[in-house]
Design a protein. Structure first.
Length: 333
């Protein structure tokens, strides 16, 4: 027998008032909406009616089904809400307590120095490339015209992995990697970690370098000088005092070093540079009668120390929050 529309809904409402938890609610759901539940059975009984009654009753049944579903859904929400509330009371959670704040970190001064220098050279047309930190003797020494008996190769300076593999001692290895792969014009900048067995207030076994390389036809010393002057004046200040000093690097000829006058009126070396040595070009099969170029390498820590007036390189790597917090962007604007 199909019961009256209102009766069944009233019954469900009465029963649901007694439901205490989700398990009981599920039982009630099965009782009315399950495969053998009340509504399903009523649908089966429809077959016995004539067409007209069948249509009328099925409308009523569908309507009942919808209402029962809604009643169950509301009850479920109520039960869930009560459960969470009970947990709050049990655990005595004080929702009015202020939350724990997460302090935002800041960019490490070495990263911001690298980023700033890279952006400068990108504007001049340099492309940023990456290189290997674990390198072979050929790319770190041989191809850079650094002879076998050069002091840089000794056990004291270089971290050797085996006879042929080492932790790169300079980013100049990337010069060779790039020249092997691409043909001029080459205009690249690379930055990264380098390793040397040294430790005091001016040296750490790992530090950062930035290396630039520009090779094309008719590149001259003027290009080198103007590029580096532009950079140093932009990085320090237009008024900063800059000194070019002859030097020696096996992979450049002529070679030079550049010094900057610091606040204590002392000249501080900031970078090495020079015109690429013809032997280096030969190693990578470039004809030095056609191509020429310049290269430069700078120490990131050295530049950052000068800029922020620091006297101990080790500060960069101790991760002391009191030190790092001073480099919040606002402090330097
Ligand atoms: N690689 C040198 C060093 O670690 C720095 C350097 C000097 C790089 C002169 C260069 C250069 O590209 O031309 O001391």
């Amino acid at each position: 027998m199909i019961s009256n529309d209102d009766n069944i809904i009233i019954t469900v409402k009465k029963e649901i008032c007694k439901v205490k938890d989700i398990t009981e609610l599920n039982l009630l759901k099965v009782k009315y909406l399950g495969k053998k539940g009340y509504i399903t059975l009523q649908f089966l009984l429809l077959k016995k009616l004539n067409i007209k009654d069948r249509i009328n009753k099925s409308v009523i049944l569908n309507n009942q089904k919808k209402q029962i579903k809604l009643i169950i859904k509301k009850k479920l929400e109520e039960l869930k809400f009560n459960k969470v509330n009970k947990q709050f009371i049990k655990k005595q959670i004080d929702v009015s307590l202020p939350g724990k704040s997460i302090e935002l970190g800041t960019e490490h001064p070495l990263n911001s120095t690298i980023n700033e220098i890279e952006s400068f050279f990108i504007k001049l047309g340099f492309k940023i490339v990456a290189g290997y930190e674990i390198e072979d003797v050929f790319h770190n020494f041989d191809a850079l015209n650094i002879p076998q008996n050069h002091p840089a190769r000794t056990q004291q300076d270089t971290f050797w992995v085996n006879k042929n593999i080492l932790l790169r001692t300079q980013t100049s290895n990337v010069q060779i990697r790039v020249m092997e792969k691409f043909s001029p014009p080459i205009c690249i900048l690379t930055s990264g970690k380098v390793y040397r067995n040294d430790y005091d207030h001016n040296h750490t076994p790992m530090f950062h370098q930035i290396e630039g390389l520009f090779i094309d036809k008719q590149i001259s010393f003027i290009n080198l000088k103007e590029t580096l002057l532009l950079f140093l004046k932009s990085f320090f200040s237009k008024k900063c005092q800059i000194r070019f000093r002859p030097s020696y690097f096996p992979f450049t000829e002529p070679s030079l070093e550049i010094d900057i006058m610091n606040k204590k009126k002392k000249w501080i070396e900031v970078l090495g540079a020079g015109m690429i040595h013809p032997n280096v070009l030969k190693y990578v099969n470039l004809d030095s009668s056609i191509y020429s170029g310049f290269a430069f390498g700078l120490g990131v820590e050295r530049l950052a120390m000068l800029r922020y007036n620091l006297n101990d390189i080790r500060l960069f790597f101790e991760n002391d929050v009191r030190f790092l917090q001073q480099f919040k962007l606002n402090n330097f604007i």
